[in-house]
Structure formats: structure tokens, C-alpha cells
Design a protein around this ligand. Structure first.
Ligand SMILES: Cc1cc2nc3c(=O)[nH]c(=O)nc-3n(C[C@H](O)[C@H](O)[C@H](O)COP(=O)(O)O)c2cc1C
Length: 325
């Protein structure tokens, strides 16, 4: 760690950025009644009794005159899904409120919908804070939802994953040398994969289908009219090799049909094949909802985000199944 006493602004900003925060949009109305709003992560709680919060606004901000003259402002703690809104209220030269249907508040300050929490405030004090003005607001009304919050860390948007105490195994004995540990990523991914696959396998056995055949049907549900070679390019990473015989078996059961396009055989999904895939998708969605109940919607979002990054960073160059054709 390097201790710095000279204030290189960039290094100072980077050091401040290590303090992880939520993201808010703070709104008011200017003297003409026009809505004004700004993205701010300087928001913080001050006092419970009386209920006070604070935030600071750059003196260079165009919205400064409005916040200085109107004592009413609303703080919106943004939800993870509101990253776009944060970007919009952090930039100048756009109509920040375009297309937003405002909720009814206790003052004339604009009240944005679909946030994680909202605090309707009246300015109690304002202080000079160097190149910022610090506003302390008395909270006159507030509400909150179950939406997971947006997080800001090191100059980037992030999602928060919680660490519930009861899920962490305390004082697990040290593993023997050269042994797997329950903290190994490969073990964790493998185990969660097989545990989640268990339900799918039960459903597939009800249809007398194996996993390989199911992967073929899933690929054809996303992309129709594929040759056997193309199907294999999409499912190959699972270790499954779709053979002519396997395709014939699926044809015999009327899950797929073949089409001759010029000299090539291309496979399409039949209505029965689509039905099987749709059932599995419904099952997967139900499983995900169940998981969201157990882990919380925010943790599921964070898990998906990390898994997508893992998929991208370990991708050996597979064809993109979802790319537009
Ligand atoms: C995540 C994030 C947090 C921000 N926090 C603050 C803040 O606390 N105070 C501030 O003055 N500007 C902050 N900004 C910058 C303002 O949102 C930005 O300068 C905005 O354009 C000001 O709008 P205005 O000039 O229309 O008033 C932040 C920007 C982002 C992206």
C-alpha cells in the first residue's frame, strides 16, 4: 500500500472509488417548474431521530441553482435494473425525464417509479463543501421495494451478493494435501450443475429422452434448419456427439423432421419437439424462481452476471447460438 500525501486528483478519485456505494438519482424542480435531476452516489444517512440524510452536489452542476432555491428534493435509491437511468441522469444535454411517468409525491419534486427505496426530503441545512455543496435533508416520507439495488464500485456499476452468516461453514477442518476442497471453483460449478440438472433428468426420463437428444432439441428450438455438422458445432462443448442414428431416433418419435435444402439435409423441430423444449423451459423458469426465493433476487442476478463473465472468459471460440442470422 502506498501512502499518498500529495493530491493527484486521479489517484484521489480512485482511492475514494474503493468505497462501495449504492447509486441514487436526486430530483427537484427549478424556479420555472421544470423537472431537474442528477445521479449521485454521495448520498448517506445522517440521523435516525430526527430523520436526516445528506448528499453533495458539484458547484459546476447545471442543476445547482434549482437545488439551492427549491427546498424540496427526492432521493431515489436505484434498482439494479435502473443502470440506464443512472447513465441518463449523469449526462448533460439530454431530456432526462423524457418518457418517464412520475409518481405522485408529497411535494412538487419529481418522484421516479420502480426504485429500491425513495426518500422525500426538505432541505434542513446546506454547507459549503469545497467544490461541492452539501445538502442535509429532513426525510418527510419514504418507501422501499424488494428490488435489488444498483451498486457502484471503483468507477463501475456492480451488483451486490450477500454473505449470510448461516451459510458459511465455520471452522471447517483443513483438507488433506492434494485434496479437493469445497472452495474449488470446479467443484462448486460441477456440483451446482448436477444438482440443477437433476430435475431436468427426471422430466426427460418421463419422455424417455436422453440428455444429448434434449440438447439437440434445445438447439433446434433456438435455430431451425441446421445440418448435423452445425448441430454438433453448437452441442460439442458438452461432450455430446449427435449422430445420424440419434437424429433418426428423434425423427421416428416425430420430435424433428428433415428437410432437403439443395443437397443438404437440414433438421427442423416439429410441434411435438417444441412442446418438450417448452416444458423444460417452464421447468427451468420455475426452478429459477424457487432459487430466487431461497437466495434473493439480487444474489441470483449477481450469480448470473458472474457466470456470464465466466462463460465469456473460458469460451474456446464456440459459434454464437443467439447471434442474429
Ligand atoms: C455513479 C455516479 C455518481 C455520481 N455522484 C455524484 C455526486 O454525488 N455529486 C455530483 O455532483 N455529481 C455526481 N455525479 C455526476 C453527475 O451525475 C453529473 O455530473 C451530472 O451530469 C450532473 O448533472 P447536471 O449538470 O445536469 O446537474 C455522479 C455520476 C455517477 C455516474
Amino acid at each position: 500500500m502506498t501512502t499518498r500525501t500529495s493530491f493527484d486528483p486521479q489517484a484521489f478519485r480512485a482511492a475514494l472509488g474503493t468505497f462501495t456505494t449504492g447509486v441514487t438519482i436526486i430530483t427537484t424542480r427549478d424556479a420555472d417548474g421544470a423537472p431537474v435531476g442528477v445521479t449521485a452516489n454521495s448520498f448517506n444517512s445522517v440521523s435516525l431521530n430526527p430523520p436526516l440524510v445528506l448528499w453533495s452536489l458539484a458547484k459546476s452542476a447545471r442543476s445547482l441553482p434549482a437545488f439551492s432555491s427549491n427546498p424540496f428534493f427526492n432521493v431515489h435509491v436505484l434498482a439494479a435494473a435502473q443502470e440506464g437511468l443512472s447513465g441518463r441522469f449523469a449526462s448533460q444535454g439530454t431530456d432526462k425525464f423524457d418518457g418517464i411517468e412520475l409518481d405522485e409525491g408529497i411535494s412538487n419534486a419529481p418522484l421516479l417509479p420502480q426504485c429500491t427505496a425513495r426518500f422525500q426530503c426538505h432541505t434542513a441545512f446546506s454547507y459549503d463543501g469545497g467544490d461541492h455543496v452539501i445538502y442535509v435533508g429532513e426525510v418527510r416520507a419514504f418507501d422501499r421495494s424488494e428490488q435489488p439495488p444498483l451498486v457502484y464500485q471503483g468507477g463501475q456499476y456492480a451488483l451486490a451478493a450477500r454473505r449470510p452468516r448461516e451459510e458459511l461453514r465455520l471452522a471447517s477442518p483443513p483438507p488433506p494435501e492434494c485434496s479437493y476442497t469445497e472452495d474449488l471453483l470446479g467443484y462448486l460449478l460441477g456440483r451446482s450443475h448436477y444438482q440443477m440438472l437433476h430435475l431436468l433428468r427426471r422430466m426427460l426420463s418421463g419422455h424417455s429422452l436422453d440428455e444429448g437428444s434434449f440438447f439437440v432439441l434445445s438447439v433446434l428450438c433456438i435455430r431451425d434448419k441446421l445440418t448435423l455438422e452445425e448441430i454438433n458445432a453448437f452441442v460439442g462443448y458438452t461432450g455430446i456427439d449427435a449422430t445420424e442414428q440419434a437424429m433418426e431416433a428423434l425423427e421416428a418419435r416425430r420430435f424433428v423432421a428433415r428437410e432437403r435444402v439443395r443437397r443438404e439435409i437440414r433438421y427442423v423441430l416439429t410441434a411435438d419437439g417444441r412442446e418438450v423444449v417448452l416444458r423444460q423451459i417452464a421447468l427451468a423458469k420455475a426452478q429459477e424462481e424457487d432459487l430466487a426465493d431461497k437466495l434473493g433476487a439480487g444474489d441470483v442476478m449477481a450469480l448470473k452476471l458472474l457466470l456470464k463473465r465466466l462463460v465469456a472468459s473460458t469460451d474456446p471460440g464456440l459459434p454464437d447460438l443467439w447471434a442474429p442470422r
